[in-house]
Design a protein around this ligand. Structure first.
Ligand SMILES: [Zn+2]
Length: 262
């Protein structure tokens, strides 16, 4: 069974602080478990750089780079143009396979929504310019996220760790967006995400860990790593009435197609 983790953060300092052997050991253990490809996602210039470093070090790691909606508040609004320019400069790197993670996060107060929308829109425009897919973070901002992607019909991509409704997932699939599932699909009380997981078409479904966060059950609360992907695959297979092997294979093929990883 080969596995493709489409979203992780192996540059996160949590690995060095809390995982024996640090990120290197988590990556190697995952590789031994059948995880053949991983996309690491950056969130601001600093993590974009550390993500690219990992992608240069490991041939099976690829990078998504972008400015995350929750990280915008770390920067002076005067530098917004400069931040976008710096991000654009990374897009021709051979290991960059997507613009992300980008999007809207209305969970925490403190980041101006209009400024988030400006970054989201501007980065989708960059994705169009460089013919890259987008990796979208949408937390409690379903309506505005949907409106934004609908305004850019030529750009496609994935809604990572999807938390919207079944109806929204259907409309996103119609727009050409993949729906990605992580640890939440294994949680007992996650009724809505299981409902979505049952209906996404075979050719539009992806899997991810978001490591080191969101570890699947029964590791909930622990450091997450790609080696836990089989638990997500198993949960999806049960929900969809198929085999883990089938889920692993379709999600692998979908990821290779969307991110054009060689
Ligand atoms: Zn993430």
């Amino acid at each position: 069974m080969r596995l493709f983790d489409t979203h992780a953060h192996y540059d996160d300092p949590k690995f060095a602080a809390e995982f024996p052997g640090g990120a290197q050991s988590a990556i190697c253990r995952s590789r031994e478990t059948g995880v053949e490809r991983i996309i690491c996602a950056g969130t601001r210039p600093e993590t974009n750089a550390s993500t690219l470093k990992l992608a240069e070090e490991f041939d099976f790691i690829y990078a998504a780079v972008g400015i995350h909606p929750s990280d915008i508040r770390l920067f002076d609004p005067q530098d917004d143009g400069k931040l976008l320019k710096e991000t654009e400069m990374l897009l021709s790197h051979p290991k960059v396979v997507a613009l992300g993670e980008i999007g809207l996060d209305y969970h925490y107060d403190g980041t101006d929504r209009e400024r988030q929308k400006f970054f989201f829109d501007s980065q989708i425009d960059l994705a169009a310019k460089y013919s890259l897919p987008v990796v979208i973070h949408d937390r409690e901002a379903h309506g505005d996220s949907f409106d934004t992607v609908r305004r850019h019909p030529h750009v496609k991509g994935v809604f990572h760790c999807f938390s919207g409704s079944a109806e929204m997932s259907k409309q996103l699939v119609r727009l050409g967006y993949c729906i990605s599932f992580g640890g939440t699909v294994t949680f007992k009380n996650a009724r809505e995400v299981k409902e979505v997981a049952a209906i996404v078409p075979d050719d539009m479904i992806l899997i991810e860990t978001d490591a080191p966060y969101l570890a699947p059950s029964p590791h909930r609360g622990d450091i997450n790593l790609s080696a836990y992907l089989p638990l997500i695959v198993k949960a999806l297979a049960e929900i969809r009435g198929t085999t883990p092997e089938h889920i692993a294979e379709i999600t692998y093929e979908n990821a290779v197609r969307i991110f054009k990883t060689k």
